[in-house]
Design a protein around this ligand. Structure first.
Ligand code: BGC
Length: 393
């Protein structure tokens, strides 16, 4: 019996030991799991803290680093390439993030680009419109999103969603072109009559009308006195306009005028051209009709002091251009961007001229300069706009 008891006791002890061991094992397991859970929880918390810190940093950055969307019309003309890169450079130097887009004269593409800028959280928009009146709806969206808009060089028409306008004195551009012709032809000394043909810019660009008005106000007394004769009879803006400032459109119109009006041996003495790009087309038409630089070549005006334009001035193919320093314009525009983002007041020098149909847009007008063979070195080389190398043929 004792033996049976001893066996039972041993079994019991073993069972107890095993159960204790089991308990210990469970405890150990529990401890391990708990430890793991604690570590994971800490890690998760740490990660969450890090994420929060990162979010805070991003938030802080978002409130201090402003995004500026810059919508430019086309890269087919040198000036807009220079404008775009000057604005981008100057804004980036101030710490802004810049989204610079060109729409290649496609109005809908420009609308889409501006839409993307709004969606991507632009804090300010700088816009040189392709069609000054085609952005009304998208600008209303910008206004709704409380994004201030600066009109760059070309006024934004029929909208109240524009804060400021940075440009040149556009009327004066036309005055400079026409005054050059008046002086070079000796019209004040009653010389003449001279045959002149007239070109205007794109009818959807508000600037084109101002250039035209400045030029025509200056030329009109001499057209009236018949010292200047527009042999084609095309003297209205609509007739003389060149959609989208296209060189080939100007060339085709000049070819038509030459073959239609000048086929009897009459000669063109002067051409009012509002932009270097058009002047190249006009010159090509004249060459095609047998005109030669140096012998009876007409005086042709221009604008923008493009490299080719200045080279043509040096060679005698073009008489003058109007230099508009895009570095200066960009810096005025950048000041406006800073003002709207920081709530300060930018420099304004015109509060009367630029009525866009809804409001008179406070503007800064930079000064355009007439450039000829006599002063191109001073204006565009010595000023650092172009290197002398760039203008060498
Ligand atoms: C600008 C001119 C330019 C023309 C064609 C106008 O709006 O003011 O500088 O020559 O567009 O690009």
């Amino acid at each position: 019996m004792k033996k049976v008891k001893r066996i039972l006791a041993t079994i019991l002890a073993t069972a107890l030991l095993m159960s204790a061991a089991a308990c210990t094992a469970v405890d150990t397991k529990t401890t391990t799991t708990a430890a793991a859970a604690t570590t994971a929880a800490d890690t998760t918390k740490a990660a969450a803290d890090t994420t929060k810190a990162a979010a805070d940093t991003t938030k802080a950055a978002a409130t201090t680093v402003f995004k500026v969307g810059v919508a430019m019309p086309t890269q087919s003309s040198e000036r807009w390439i220079a404008d775009g890169s000057n604005i981008k450079k100057q804004l980036e130097e101030l710490g802004y993030v810049v989204d610079l887009q060109y729409a290649e004269d496609d109005v809908q593409a420009q609308v889409n680009q501006i839409e993307n800028m709004i969606t991507n959280g632009a804090n300010c928009l700088v816009i040189a419109a392709i069609d000054s009146s085609a952005l009304v709806n998208i600008l209303a969206k910008a206004k709704e999103a409380k994004i201030p808009v600066i009109a760059y060089d070309r006024l934004l028409m029929n909208t109240d969603a524009v804060s400021y306008y940075a440009t040149f004195d556009n009327y004066q551009v036309g005055v400079l072109q026409a005054s050059y012709l008046v002086d070079a032809l000796g019209l004040k000394d009653n010389k003449g009559p001279f045959n002149i043909e007239l070109f205007a810019g794109s009818p959807d660009d508000n600037n084109a009308t101002l250039f035209w008005n400045g030029a025509m106000d200056t030329l009109k007394p001499y057209i009236d006195s018949k010292q200047l004769v527009v042999l084609s009879g095309q003297v209205d803006f609509e007739k003389c306009a060149t959609l989208r400032w296209a060189q080939e459109v100007a060339q085709a119109r000049m070819e038509n005028i030459l073959s239609g009006t000048y086929s009897g041996g009459q000669k063109v003495n002067a051409v009012l051209s509002p932009y270097d790009g058009l002047s190249y087309g006009i010159a090509a038409a004249l060459e095609g009709a047998g005109y030669k630089v140096g012998t009876g070549w007409p005086l042709i005006t221009g604008q923008d002091a493009e490299v080719m334009g200045v080279k043509n001035i040096i060679s005698g193919k073009q008489a003058m251009t109007v230099f508009k320093d895009t570095r200066v314009l960009a810096s005025k525009c950048v000041k406006m961007v800073e003002a709207v983002l920081k709530g300060t007041a930018p420099e304004i020098n015109d509060t009367k001229t630029y009525n866009n149909g809804v409001l008179v847009v406070p503007s800064f007008l930079c000064t355009p300069v007439a450039v000829t063979k006599d002063n191109y070195v001073k204006e565009v080389v010595d000023s650092g706009y172009y290197t002398a190398d760039k203008l060498a043929s």
